[in-house]
Design a protein around this ligand. Structure first.
Ligand code: HEM
Ligand SMILES: [Ca+2]
Ligand SMILES: [Mn+2]
Length: 340
């Protein structure tokens, strides 16, 4: 094998290991300028959720093509699945961008996720592999987890897709850049943590506090449980995983170790992005993805009025002392996407 030499793209601006990857630069620019506005905001959050809802359509028992773009190619079927409630806006927004380029839907969904993460301080750089063929069929139903599912069912579903309990916890770092539009009856953009534009471990810490109130009228049947902070939403699956004996120590570790949280999320995301795909048939275009910005705050902080006594810890390991930020008393909604 000859030593790989960087090649210059025809645009004269970029250098890559594999010339086939040059096509991704104009796509990245279109995504950043027209879909994400270069921000870690609503359209990126929805796009990150979409990487999951496409990829998790993969089962050793039931079949499914995994990260194959079927949620876009066969949107007529998959948008009818209950767990896909709310993803239609981003499916339509992504279809618009895809129509301007020559890229498969499966590649686009995972590429957009990797590109958008670079807008969120603290996020890892996710390697990107190109060349997913077009999806052949819709995903089988009932493969996307619901927030009201029992933890046994959630861990079994992820196991069926090839993920360990620790990898499940790592993937849930995604809820650090997340908000709900469809659970609280009259609220949109209700964040899962107090820093929805930062890929920090604040989400893992905040889910460990005892919940005290709903941000709105509440929706227990929809999988909502009480949160500790005004304006914040919590779902039963996150609360359960934070306390279950199989995952509580992983959760606590990520709450208290930001670099570890970010790096294990990156590894699990790469694995998820390749579900159902043969990596040997894909081209490594990882060098197209820039580095994310660094976080200013290196550790999660206790919000105002919350102390160690408010933590519901089930992991028996010691919980380290973390800084406090008394200015954090509530969280504002994530602004809605602008129509594009
Ligand atoms: C146990 C597994 C999971 C469950 C039950 C779950 C459930 C949910 C629910 C109910 C919402 C709120 C939707 C809404 O009301 O608009 C949500 C949002 C979100 N989820 Fe998950 N999720 C899971 C795992 C994941 C994974 C693995 C990822 C990505 C790697 C992910 C990424 C996101 C993101 C980014 C959002 C926010 C979307 C936005 O802000 O618009 N989730 N999730
Ligand atoms: Ca956050
Ligand atoms: Mn949203």
């Amino acid at each position: 094998v000859p030593a790989s030499r960087p090649v210059k793209c025809p645009d004269g601006q970029h250098t890559v290991q594999n010339q086939a990857c040059c096509v991704l630069f104009p796509i990245m620019e279109d995504i950043q300028d027209n879909l994400f506005d270069n921000e870690c905001g609503e359209d990126f959050h929805e796009s990150l959720r979409l990487t999951f809802h496409d990829a998790i359509g993969f089962s050793r028992k039931a079949g499914g093509g995994g990260a194959d773009g079927s949620i876009i190619t066969f949107s007529d079927t998959e948008l009818g699945f209950h767990a896909n409630n709310g993803v239609e806006d981003i499916v339509n927004a992504q279809k618009d961008v895809i129509s301007r380029h020559n890229i498969s839907a499966g590649d686009f969904i995972q590429f957009a996720g990797a590109v958008g993460l670079t807008n969120c301080p603290g996020a890892p750089r996710i390697p990107f592999f190109m060349g997913r063929p077009n999806a052949k069929a819709a995903s089988p139903p009932d493969l996307v987890p619901e927030p009201f599912d029992p933890i046994d069912k959630i861990l079994a579903r992820f196991n069926d897709a090839g993920f360990s309990p620790r990898e499940v916890v790592a993937l849930l770092a995604s809820h650090s850049t997340a908000a709900s539009d469809n659970i609280e009856p009259n609220l949109r953009g209700v964040p899962f943590d107090t820093t929805p534009s930062e890929f920090d471990s604040q989400f893992f810490l905040e889910t460990l506090f005892k919940g005290t109130a709903f941000p709105g009228e509440g929706n227990p049947a929809g999988g909502e449980v009480k949160s500790p902070i005004a304006g914040e939403i919590r779902i039963a699956s996150d609360q359960g995983l934070a306390r279950d004996p199989r995952t509580a120590c992983d959760w606590q570790e990520f709450a208290t170790n930001q670099p570890k949280m970010s790096s294990e999320f990156g590894t699990a995301m790469l694995k998820m992005s390749l579900l159902g795909q043969d990596k040997r048939k894909l081209i490594d275009c990882s060098d197209v993805i820039p580095q994310a910005k660094a976080l200013k705050v290196k550790q999660a902080h206790f919000p105002a009025n919350l102390t160690r006594k408010d933590l519901e810890l089930t992991c028996k390991k010691p919980f380290p002392t973390l800084p406090a930020d008394p200015t954090v008393t509530s969280v504002a909604p994530v602004p809605p996407a602008e129509d594009s």
